[in-house]
Design a protein around this ligand. Structure first.
Ligand code: P6P
Length: 334
């Protein structure tokens, strides 16, 4: 019988031999994974539990909040609140971070998450997901501050996502490669299904919302036109896929090869996507999988967020296309 390497065993095996591995990190990662299993169940039953649809409220991003957004956000906060190793939580759905009950002064870790990315797709059954990143505090013994969350993404010690699609997958990295796990509902465990994920070096997919073209600045248009012209063998078989759910677009491009770009434009001059909750964790993942992530001018992981809800242009995927985008940013007027 093929070995069922569960996520919990994988985390344990990955930590063995790490100096000072106290099990705290394993406990933290297991709690995050369990929280995503609960959200997965809520998403799967959304229509039956009558939790689809809008609440009529808007969040700190000014976006309409769906009932599942709230449920996912509360689920993650409840399930991470009683971990002594976690000091504070920051959510894309909340204005400010929240100290945990159990670890608010002694906890070494900080967790930031987008509880349900792509939630505008919930009512039409398109894949959505949870994105998270974990930081380690330098100083413990005092409550967390917002500044503790605002280091460059290069300081993140773990990043990952759960994607709620035809199956639920959990994909994560602790800085030594990327591994993907598929939820076996019969067992209730994530089982290793995509070991050592490396993004194929081919631009099989271009993911951009071309309806926004009139809002794009000149370098973005020049970049897109370069690929769409198909003058290079590399782009002869490139196709377009954009489903308005970053985590699902990212996951597909990670497996098939490709590039996702959500540029700053005349309507969103700072960009739409969130640096802390979306760009940084996905940037760590894609770099660990051999790709790259940039805001068009610099590496995403080098940017220090100015605040919890800082936004950024996100160009993420094959290194060749990220560098091509940066070339157009350098050589074309806005
Ligand atoms: P647009 C979802 O709201 C999201 O934050 C990402 O998941 C997605 O990639 C993007 O916005 C879609 O934005 O403007 O193309 O609808």
């Amino acid at each position: 019988m093929a070995e069922l390497l569960t996520l919990s065993r994988h985390i344990l095996q990955s930590s063995q031999g790490h100096e000072g591995a106290t099990g705290d990190f394993n406990l933290l990662m297991s709690h995050i994974a369990t929280a995503t299993k609960v959200v997965s169940r809520q998403v799967a039953k959304a229509g039956l539990l009558n939790v689809v649809g809008k609440t009529g409220e808007t969040n700190v991003q000014g976006e309409e909040v769906t009932k599942l957004d709230i449920i996912a956000n509360e689920t993650l906060k409840i399930m991470l609140d009683d971990l002594p190793v976690v000091c504070a939580l920051a959510s894309e759905e909340d204005e400010s971070f929240v100290p945990t009950r159990a670890g608010r002064t002694e906890g070494r870790y900080l967790i930031a998450f987008d509880p349900l990315d792509g939630s505008s797709n919930i009512d039409v059954n398109v894949s959505i997901g949870t994105i998270f990143s974990v930081r380690r505090r330098v100083k413990v013994g005092v409550p967390a501050t917002e500044q503790d969350f605002l280091g460059p993404g290069s300081e993140i010690v773990a990043a990952g996502y759960a994607v709620y699609g035809s199956s639920t997958m959990f994909v994560y990295t602790t800085g030594s490669g990327v591994d993907g796990f598929t939820l076996d509902p019969g067992v209730g465990e994530y089982v290793l299904s995509h070991p050592n994920m490396v993004q194929p070096d081919r631009c099989k997919v271009l993911s951009m919302n071309h309806v926004h073209r009139a809002r794009w600045f000149a370098p973005t248009r020049a970049f897109a036109d370069h690929i769409l012209a198909r003058d290079e063998e590399r782009y002869v078989h490139t196709t377009g896929r954009y489903i308005g759910s970053l985590v699902a677009d990212f996951h597909r491009n990670l497996i098939y090869g490709g590039l996702f770009a959500y540029p700053a434009d005349k309507t969103c001059p700072e960009g739409k996507l969130r640096l802390l909750f979306e760009a940084q964790p996905l940037a760590m993942l894609i770099e660990e999988a051999g790709g790259a992530a940039s805001d068009g001018r610099q590496r995403i992981l080098d940017i220090e967020p100015e605040g919890l809800h800082a936004r950024a242009t996100l160009v993420i995927g094959n290194k060749h296309e990220v560098e091509l985008y940066e070339h157009y940013e350098r050589t074309h007027e806005q």
